[in-house]
Design a protein around this ligand. Sequence first.
Ligand code: 3PG
Length: 213
Amino acid sequence: MTPEHASELNARVCALAPVIPVLVIDDAALAADLARALVAGGLPALEVTLRTPAALEAIREMSQVEGGVVGAGTLLTDKDVEAAKEAGATFGVSPGATRRLLDACEANDLPLLPGAATPSEAMYLLERGYSVQKFFPAESNGGVPTLKAWGAPIPQVRFCPTGGVSLQNAATYLALPNVLCVGGSWVAPAAMVRAGDWAGITRLAAEAAALPR
Ligand code: 3PG
């Protein structure tokens, strides 16, 4: 898959809702219910981070949930890419980008939303063909003013800011012309997942889905 095609596909993923939930899943047995709760609230695109032993099984479970579009986050290596693809992930997200990781995603037909934290990184990715990128870590990297400033010289790159984004600040990101959607973990707090509070998570998702953009 070319980087251009990957960007096109990820622009569509980002268009599904204002927020992509970033999920750290400890128990794959809860994954399908969690996905159903988020989809019911209006958040179909889901990023499962490959940070727990349960992550790949969770992707498998969530991929069966109707209406869900499940991606794998925290892709660091080519092995991660192969495992994510095999588990059924339909998109990938990485905190940064290495040539090897980009090669692996392109070779495995996994559309990657690659992370950038500086203009040079955004330019490197754009040069390669990635016009849709993740801005990470958004808040500690200067947040809205930084991304707004990047929009002047490189308006052709559009972002999904992630890291420190919350219900309180999401709307200010979404108002920027170079922001397609935001990513955040606040819609699926670990305690609510552990407690199986699916109605509560659907409420958080609905609140996020209603954010203007
Ligand atoms: C992450 O990689 O954990 C994401 O950036 C989520 O960050 P958040 O927990 O601040 O939403």
